[in-house]
Design a protein around this ligand. Structure first.
Ligand code: TXA
Ligand code: MG
Length: 354
C-alpha cells in the first residue's frame, strides 16, 4: 500500500515490519533498529550480504551520543559542528559504536553509521521511533536507488508492508558518508554535501577514500565502495570523446547504430540544444549538478524499463570541473556504467563483445 500516513508507518515499524520511507536523498527500506528479526528481513529483502552495514536514522542529534563510544572531545566537537550545518540533511557520519549496538546493524564492524534525514514525513516517523530505524536504499542489492514510490513498488513492492509516499526525492543521490572513527575525517562516499563544505566547517583538509587508496597503494575493505553498484540492467557506458559536442556525438551514434535498423539507444547528457532522433533518444538532464542529480536515477529507471539496446552518458569536462558537487554524480555514473568507451571503439564494433 502507498499513502502518506505517518502513524500507520510508525505502527508497522514497531510491529517489526518493513516500511519504505522517503528521504531527501533516496527512499529507504526501514526497520526498527531495536529489532534484530526486522533488521534480518532488510538484508533478505534486498538480497544484501550480512556483512554490509546499515545506516541508523535518528530524529535528533541529542540521540547520537548513546550510539557512540570513546568519542574524543575533538570528535564530539566535529559532530556538533557538522550537525549544526548539515542536519537534517544528506550527510552520514561514522563513529566508534557503543558496546550495546547490534552487530546485525554494523555488519560486525566496531563502527556505526548515523544520519538525520531531511524529509518532514520521515522526521515525523523517526520522532515516534526513539530507538531509531535502519534504512538502506530501498532497491535490490547493486541496483538503482529509488527516488519515487513507484520505483520501490516495482522492485520491492511485495516485500514491504507499506510505502510512505513522500513524493520525489529532492536531492536524488545517496548521502555523503564521512568516517569520523579514524585519526582524520575521511569521505567514504561523495554526496551533495561536498568535500569543500565539510573542510570549511571543520576548518581542516578532508581526505576522500579514493585519494587514500592511491596514497597507501593498498586495498582497504571499504563498505559502500563496491565497483558495480547503482546499475541498470541495460548495458550502460560513459563516452569519453571530450573534443565532440553533443550534437556531433548524436550524429555519430546515429550512423553507427542505424546500420542495424532495430537498434535503439539513449544518451544522457547536459547540452540543452541537442535533439533526439529515431535511433538515439537524447535526455538532457541539466548543466547544474543539483538538478542533474535529482533526475539521474529516475531517468535510469525509466530507460531501463524502456528495454533499449544500450545506454550512454556524456558529461562535458568543462562543465563538471567547475563545481565540486559534480563529484558525487561522476562517482555514481562510474559505478552504474560498465566502462568508458570512445566513438572509435564503437565504430570498430567493440560493443558486440559485451
Ligand atoms: O542517502 C542515504 O544514505 C540512503 C538513505 C535511505 O538514507 N541510505 C543509503 O544506505 O544509501 P545504503 O545502505 O544503501 O548505503 C549505505 C552505505 C553502505 O554502502 C554501507 O556499506 C555504508 O554505508 N556503511 C554503513 N555503515 C558503515 C560503517 N560502519 N562503516 C563503513 N561504511 C558503512
Ligand atoms: Mg544503496
Amino acid at each position: 500500500m502507498v499513502t502518506n500516513s505517518v502513524e500507520f508507518a510508525s505502527a508497522l515499524l514497531k510491529q517489526g515490519k518493513l516500511v519504505a520511507i522517503p528521504t531527501e536523498t533516496v527512499y529507504g527500506l526501514a526497520a526498527d533498529a531495536s529489532q534484530p528479526e526486522a533488521i534480518a528481513q532488510v538484508f533478505a529483502a534486498k538480497g544484501r550480504p550480512n556483512n554490509h552495514p546499515l545506516i541508523v536514522h535518528l530524529a535528533d542529534v541529542a540521540q547520537i551520543w548513546d550510539w557512540g563510544k570513546n568519542l574524543s572531545a575533538k570528535t564530539k566537537q566535529h559532530i556538533e559542528q557538522l550537525a549544526h550545518h548539515f542536519w537534517p540533511g544528506p550527510l552520514t557520519i561514522i563513529i566508534k559504536k557503543a558496546d550495546w549496538v547490534s552487530s546485525a546493524i554494523t555488519g560486525g564492524q566496531d563502527t556505526v553509521a548515523i544520519r538525520i534525514p531531511n524529509h518532514p514525513l520521515t522526521l515525523a516517523v523517526l520522532k515516534n521511533m526513539p530507538s531509531g530505524v535502519v534504512a538502506p536504499s530501498a532497491n535490490r542489492f547493486g541496483r538503482i536507488s529509488p527516488t519515487l514510490p513507484e520505483h520501490v513498488q516495482k522492485e520491492l513492492g511485495h516485500k514491504v508492508a507499506y510505502i510512505l509516499d513522500g513524493g520525489s526525492c529532492s536531492v536524488g543521490l545517496e548521502s555523503t558518508i564521512l568516517n569520523l572513527s579514524g585519526e582524520q575525517p575521511v569521505i567514504l562516499r561523495p554526496g551533495m554535501v561536498t568535500q569543500e563544505q565539510i573542510a570549511a566547517v571543520l576548518n581542516q583538509p578532508i581526505a576522500t577514500l579514493q585519494k587514500q587508496l592511491k596514497q597507501n597503494n593498498e586495498a582497504i575493505r571499504a563498505p559502500g565502495v563496491l565497483d558495480s553498484h547503482y546499475a541498470p540492467i541495460t548495458p550502460f557506458f560513459r563516452i569519453t570523446d571530450q573534443h565532440l559536442n553533443t550534437t556531433d556525438l548524436i550524429n555519430m551514434l546515429t550512423t553507427i547504430f542505424s546500420k542495424n535498423k532495430h537498434s535503439k539507444i539513449a544518451l544522457i547528457g547536459h547540452d540543452k540544444i541537442a535533439q533526439s532522433n529515431s535511433t538515439v533518444k537524447y535526455y538532457s538532464l541539466s548543466d547544474k549538478p543539483e538538478v542533474f542529480s535529482q533526475k539521474i536515477y529516475h531517468t535510469l529507471h525509466t530507460l531501463d524499463d524502456a528495454k533499449l539496446d544500450y545506454l550512454f552518458c556524456f558529461l562535458d569536462e568543462k562543465i563538471v570541473s567547475k563545481d565540486s558537487q559534480w563529484a558525487s554524480v561522476l562517482d555514481r555514473l562510474q559505478k552504474a556504467t560498465l566502462d568508458a568507451i570512445s566513438i572509435e571503439q564503437l565504430k570498430t564494433g567493440e560493443l558486440e563483445h559485451v
